[in-house]
Design a protein around this ligand. Structure first.
Ligand code: ZN
Length: 269
């Protein structure tokens, strides 16, 4: 596959984080946190030591996900939030390069590695819109929320307060699937557009989860067991020069959320 230079920066999105969540829950649920270790204080914002100390001896009861955040729920109502940032990886097993945080649950070492340091441990959760794979995220919700919004639809989809978990790759693919241009004003979407777009978002994300997320050649994403995802082999336009539809792709002239956006000038009218 040929990758363009246009979209080289990406971060783990809902399917990648959900894949991590499932593996952590399957492997670690029911185990007690016995120790933790913080790397050199290079975090953008260091997790408070007192809240980490409170986790010692607590049992991991569930691993949840909200948007792109992981929430480890421990006994006694304690929680540890994690955000992978741009290049964060959670690794089961020994230390890797760039380990920022590490904890042990009954002999199993879990490392949080992050070369670019945009990841967070023990962070506050922001305001989220609905989960896109839930019933709450419906065409009528989207239509109501986007009405009168002048921003490009793609920027709105990547706004976590509108819908949680979408980033560049899945928003690009969903807009192609729905045949809507990324630069179109969000408020100009019709009810029928919102119906197609809601269905496309759910379809693309569900496929992403099913395939274990996506691993691009320039991306550090691998699951906690070191395996790549499979969605990159199914993308219709993201990172391509010619779409699966057979048409030459274009990039928006204006940047959307800080970068140009790919679209098919034929299929996306
Ligand atoms: Zn096309």
């Amino acid at each position: 596959m040929v990758y363009t230079r246009l979209e080289t920066i990406r971060m783990p999105e809902l399917p990648e984080v959900e894949t991590v969540r499932r593996i952590l829950e399957e492997r670690l649920k029911g185990l007690k946190l016995t120790s933790y270790e913080l790397g050199r204080p290079t975090f953008y914002r260091a997790p408070p030591k007192a809240s980490l100390d409170a986790l010692l001896g607590a049992t991991l009861e569930a691993v949840r996900r909200r948007g792109k955040y992981l929430i480890l729920s421990f006994s006694g109502g304690k929680e540890l939030t994690l955000h992978l940032g741009m290049s964060g990886r959670i690794v089961l097993g020994g230390k890797g390069p760039h380990t920022r945080f590490q904890f042990t649950v009954e002999g199993q070492v879990v490392s949080f590695n992050d070369a670019r340091r945009f990841g967070r441990v023990g962070c506050e959760l922001p305001e989220f819109g609905p989960e896109p794979l839930s019933a709450e995220f419906s065409p009528s919700y989207l239509f109501k929320t986007l009405r009168k919004r002048k921003a490009p639809i793609k920027a709105m989809l990547m706004d976590q307060a509108i819908v949680a978990g979408l980033g560049n790759i899945y928003a690009t693919e969903a807009l192609f699937e729905a045949r809507i241009r990324p630069g179109k004003a969000a408020g100009a979407l019709s009810r029928a557009d919102c119906e197609r777009l809601t269905a496309a978002i759910k379809k693309v994300l569900a496929l992403g989860v099913e395939l274990g997320g996506s691993t691009l050649e320039d991306s550090a994403y691998l699951d906690p067991l070191g395996r790549p995802g499979g969605f990159q082999d199914r993308v219709a336009i993201y990172g391509r020069k010619t779409g699966l539809c057979g048409h030459a792709l274009k990039a928006t002239r204006k940047t959307i959320s800080g970068r140009t956006s790919l679209y098919c000038p034929v299929c996306q009218q």
